[in-house]
Design a protein around this ligand. Structure first.
Ligand SMILES: [Zn+2]
Length: 265
């Protein structure tokens, strides 16, 4: 039963990825997510169902608009595949459970943050604020539910999960605020808010793993970009892109990471 369901959720993830592409395209431009319907940005031709089948349309149309031949950004395919893969992994990891639903949801949110920051060096309040509000509601509901928190697998202080989330959020906020105070210009306000959101989502102590993973990936990529002169020392490296990878890894493999770390001693 797990196999077919996993495939269904992978397809669901790919379809969600299509919508995430719309968010990545339109949110920074302050455009509506639903109107106008999908169209080619180059020739304005309204796209049909055939043009909009995730992944397959891209492959069959060889990454070009069917009407005018304008290239479709490779990111469209990348987001669909990534979203499908993450939904699949989340289901594989947690089965049909609240943890699965939450992990899949947050993967989708962080994918939007990752790609908007990559393309525009922007972390939108329009994304982080509502996401933080949702995180707080989830924490509150989980804490108020009878019995122990449903999210015991994700949060390591199950009986006080709202506390865990708030401590996590505070750690992200304070740490990045300190970095910002020490070296203004190194990171932006958007990065600080993102760090706080990551803390709210992952809770304590996973927030530490999430932030460290993000910082590590960002550092390695920055070194590679500088070493191969792909970016100059003055170029902006979208920090939020790497930071937002941290919570995805942590939500999927947090308990393994913690166990591995504790096993070192
Ligand atoms: Zn076109």
């Amino acid at each position: 039963m797990t196999g077919p369901l996993a495939v269904i959720f992978a397809i669901l993830g790919i379809s969600v990825g299509s919508f995430l592409n719309v968010c990545i395209d339109r949110l920074p431009l302050k455009k509506s997510l639903v109107y106008p319907p999908s169209h080619c940005d180059n020739c304005e031709q309204r796209l049909t169902v055939l043009d909009l089948v995730p992944v397959f349309s891209y492959i069959f149309l060889r990454g070009r608009c069917r009407y005018c031949g304008a290239p479709i950004p490779r990111r469209v395919l990348l987001v669909e595949v990534a979203s499908g893969a993450l939904f699949f992994l989340a289901f594989w990891r947690y089965g049909l459970s609240p943890e699965f639903a939450l992990t899949a949801f947050w993967c989708a949110v962080f994918l939007v943050i990752i790609f908007i920051d990559w393309e525009r060096q922007l972390i939108l309040n329009k994304v982080t604020y509502p996401a933080a509000a949702v995180a707080l509601v989830i924490l509150a509901v989980d804490t108020l539910l009878p019995g122990r928190g449903l999210l015991g697998n994700l949060w390591f202080v199950p009986e006080t999960s709202i506390l865990s989330g708030l401590i996590g959020g505070a750690i992200g906020l304070v740490f990045f605020l300190a970095v910002w105070l020490i070296k203004p210009g190194g990171i932006g306000m958007g990065d600080i808010k993102l760090a706080a959101l990551i803390g709210l989502v992952t809770g304590f102590p996973l927030v530490v793993a999430a932030l460290l993973i993000g910082i590590l990936i960002g550092g390695v990529v920055a070194i590679v970009l500088l070493a191969f002169r792909l970016k100059g020392r003055k170029d902006l490296i979208p920090y939020g892109t790497f930071l937002a990878i941290g919570p995805i890894v942590t939500l999927l493999w947090g308990s393994e990471i913690i166990n591995w770390y504790l096993g070192l001693f």
